[in-house]
Design a protein around this ligand. Sequence first.
Ligand code: PLP
Length: 406
Amino acid sequence: MSARKRKPFWRRSTRIIGTERRQNPEGDEFETRTVHAGQEPDRATGAVVPPISLASTFVQDAVGEHRGYEYARTANPTRSALEACIAELEGVTHGLAFASGMAAEDAVVRAALRPGDHLIIPADAYGGTYRLVARLYEPIGITWSAVDLGDLDALAGAWRDETKLVWVETPTNPLLTVVDIAAVAAFAHDRGVRVVVDNTFATPYLQRPVELGADVVVHSSTKYLGGHSDVVGGVVAVGDADLAEQMAFVQNAAGAVPGPFDCYLVLRGVRTLAVRMDRHCENARAVAALLAEHPAVARVLYPGLPGHPGHDTARRQMHDYGGMVSFTVGPGEDAALKLVASTRLFTLAESLGAVESLIEHPARMTHASAAGSPLAVDPSLVRLSVGIESAEDLVADLRQALDAAG
Ligand SMILES: Cc1ncc(COP(=O)(O)O)c(C=O)c1O
C-alpha cells in the first residue's frame, strides 16, 4: 500500500481495512452485515477475521505521510474495524469505540454540551448515566432535568431555552420503560435539539434509533454487543460528521480508548448478535410468562407483555422485545434479597446481555448510585438478564426460587 497524505484522525471512522469485498447493490440483510461489516479479509495475510493490531505507533514514510495510522490512542486498525461495523449496523456513517459505555456517554455529552446548557434525561435513566450527569456535569454548570419521556407534556414542561440535548434510553434499565423515539425526536427537532438514544438493551438487531429519527446512538458494548461477559466497552454511532469529529477530538484528547483485544472481542460478539438475540427474546418470553402467573410476583415489567404500558410502542419500533425482564416481589425487599440468592442458573451478578442468565437487586447493586434521589429504585425490584440456556431449565430454576421466597 503506498503512503498517503496524513488525514485528520476523525476521518478514520468508517475506514474498512483489507480488500474490498464485492458489494451487494441491494444492500445485505442485517444478519449478513453482523458477520461481514468492517470485517473484510486482512489485505496483508488473507486472515478472515480482523487481526488484533497491538502496535502503539505506526511508521511514517515521510513526516506527515502515513498509511492511515500514526498513534494508537488516535486510531487503531482493530478499533477501526469495530467502528465501521457498528456504524453500518446502526445505519450511519460514523462509529466510535470507547473504553466503556460510560466513556462513550461522556464523549457524547462533552462534544454536544457546554456549561450553561441544559440536558434532559429519562426519569428512570440508568444509574450510571444519572451519576455522570448529577455528579460530574452539574458541578461544571450543565443543568439537567429528569423527565418521563413517555409524556410529551412533561417534556414540554421541562423544556428551557438552554435545552441542547435529549437523552433517551429505551427500553430503560432497570424498569423496561419504552419511549417512543420518533415522537421525542420530532418534538426535539422542532426545537432544533439533538436526540441521543442509549440502545444498549435493544441492540441494533431489535431497534435502530436513527431510522426512527434519533441523531446519536450509544451502547454499553459490555452487554449484548460483546455478549459473553468478558469485555468492557462502549460505542457511539452518529451520522453528523461534525459531531463525530468533536467526539473523536474528545476521545483523542481525554484518551478513553478501548484496547485492541477488547475491540476484537466486541467484534467477535457482534458476529453472533442476531442468533443470540433471537434466543434471548424467546427465553425472556417464557420467563415473563412464568412471572406473570406466579403468586409471589406483584408486577412484571416486560415490554413483550400486552399489559405493559409501552407494549404498543415497542411493537412498532422494535423487531422483538429483548432479553431483559424486571419484576417486583410481592412480600417486599427481604423476599427480593432472598430470591436473588436462591437461584441456581441465574447467577447473582451485575451487568447483563451475555449468554449466561444473571439476576440482581438493582436498588442495592446496579442502581445504588441513585439511592435517595428521584431516580431511586423500588427495593422490591429484581432484574433478570435472561441468557441463552434452555428456557425450560431457566423457568424451573426461577420457579423454585420464587416458591422459596414467596
Ligand atoms: C443502559 C446502559 N447504559 C450504559 C451503561 C454503562 O456501560 P459500561 O458499564 O460499559 O460503562 C450501562 C451499564 O450497565 C447500561 O446498562
